[in-house]
Design a protein around this ligand. Structure first.
Ligand code: SF4
Length: 374
């Protein structure tokens, strides 16, 4: 009865053929994705995405108890969308010493029971690979149960350039030292015409994909991200999604996809007048729903992006296909540099937010295994 009602409702949509295919488990292509991105029917997409999520995860939404360790803000890549970095020698620049890294992880494990440290920072040309190897080894020695989710492909590329080595060799050394998985940051939009405008000094799209493929080949799983709402076209967003899907078909190494909306405050892009305002809540819900629909059967987990969109929107995203609330993100410094509302949460706050949205909540570990239900 319910599915007949849903079918009747979806018939009226301009994308009903695509939504039918998605519900039937058929793989969608680039043209389908472009039509989804161009459609305004976010509600129908949300309905289908929610059905797909429920088929896989029932009424359970997960989150991870974690900290973000932004180990340095020194960066020589000067992305126009970034409010976090400081050039080398700047009076506000910092690099967290090894002892402090270990202390922060150990204290957070003790105080909050974290199971993941997310380590990300700027492209600091003074940091050798030993800095990371020593940090990872020390964390694993002190807190073996804490998963290290660290270093996006562009950070790995920076270390390789500092060491005059290959990214594969660097990944292999980092894995040996204790790196568990790679965050998908630095992808922004995997179209070089976009990257040239917003981050011309960062690695190109094919390099991001190559480093991810190398990581997956070494058994280092990862997440993938998309930062939308800058200068990209609707086709660029669709092509980005398809590039991730193609690589996933090859490697199966992506655990999760996280679409982020760009936060323009305090960035060069806002100062230059390229982007004045964030892209807003409806886009967030639409991109979450499109991600669930396009990645169904390919990438399991989809995060609800509370960090840039606020808790209220993240709660709504759970009804548009997201199955994971992300992390508590204690210590976050990158998004907070844009003045965005709240950039860290306690696990109690996340548990309450998920329950308020009508779902069962479970804490997971770095590899998305459920640790306990709340
Ligand atoms: S986004 Fe990352 S690479 Fe780009 S300027 Fe900021 S810290 Fe540097």
């Amino acid at each position: 009865m319910q599915s007949r009602l849903v079918q009747e409702f979806l018939k009226k949509s301009d994308i009903s053929d695509i939504l039918d295919s998605a519900l039937a488990g058929r793989r969608l292509d680039l043209n389908d994705c472009i039509r989804l991105v161009k459609s305004d029917d976010a509600y129908s997409m949300g309905l289908v995405a929610s059905i797909l999520r429920e088929r896989k995860f029932g009424d359970t939404i997960t989150f991870v108890n974690n900290i973000i360790l932004n180990y340095t803000n020194v960066c020589v890549t000067y992305c126009k969308f970034c409010a976090f970095y400081r050039p080398p020698g700047h009076e506000e620049s910092y690099t967290v010493p090894l002892e402090d890294i270990v202390k922060r992880v150990a204290t957070s494990r003790e105080m909050f029971g974290i199971t993941q440290v997310l380590m990300q920072g700027g492209h600091n040309p003074s940091l050798r690979v030993e800095y990371f190897e020593d940090a990872f080894r020390a964390i694993k020695q002190k807190c073996p149960e804490v998963g290290i989710h660290g270093l996006s492909p562009s950070e790995v590329d920076m270390i390789a350039r500092v060491e005059r080595s290959s990214t594969k060799e660097i990944l292999s050394r980092l894995k040996e030292a204790g790196l568990d998985s790679l965050p998908g940051a630095g992808a922004e939009i995997l179209e070089d015409s976009v990257k040239e405008q917003i981050s011309p000094l960062k690695i190109k799209s094919h390099e991001w994909l190559r480093i991810m493929e190398e990581a997956h080949g070494l058994g280092i799983r990862s997440s993938a991200t998309m930062m939308y709402g800058t200068v990209e076209t609707e086709e660029d967003r669709a092509r980005h999604i398809m590039k991730i899907a193609r690589l996933q078909e090859k490697t199966g190494g992506f655990m999760a996809f996280i679409p982020w909306s760009f936060e323009p405050n305090n960035t060069e892009m806002q100062m230059e007048g390229l982007v004045k305002y964030p892209s807003g809540g409806l886009q967030l819900l639409k991109m979450i729903a499109i991600s669930r629909i396009m990645f169904d059967g390919l990438v399991d987990h989809l995060q609800s992006s509370w960090l840039t969109n606020g808790i209220g929107m993240a709660q709504l995203a759970l009804s548009y296909g997201a199955d994971d609330f992300g992390g508590t993100l204690i210590g976050e410094e990158v998004v907070s540099a844009t003045g965005a509302r709240s950039t860290e949460l306690t696990s109690d706050r996340i548990i309450a937010a998920v329950k308020q949205a009508g779902f069962r909540v479970a804490e997971r570990d770095n590899a998305y295994n459920i640790i306990r239900y709340h």
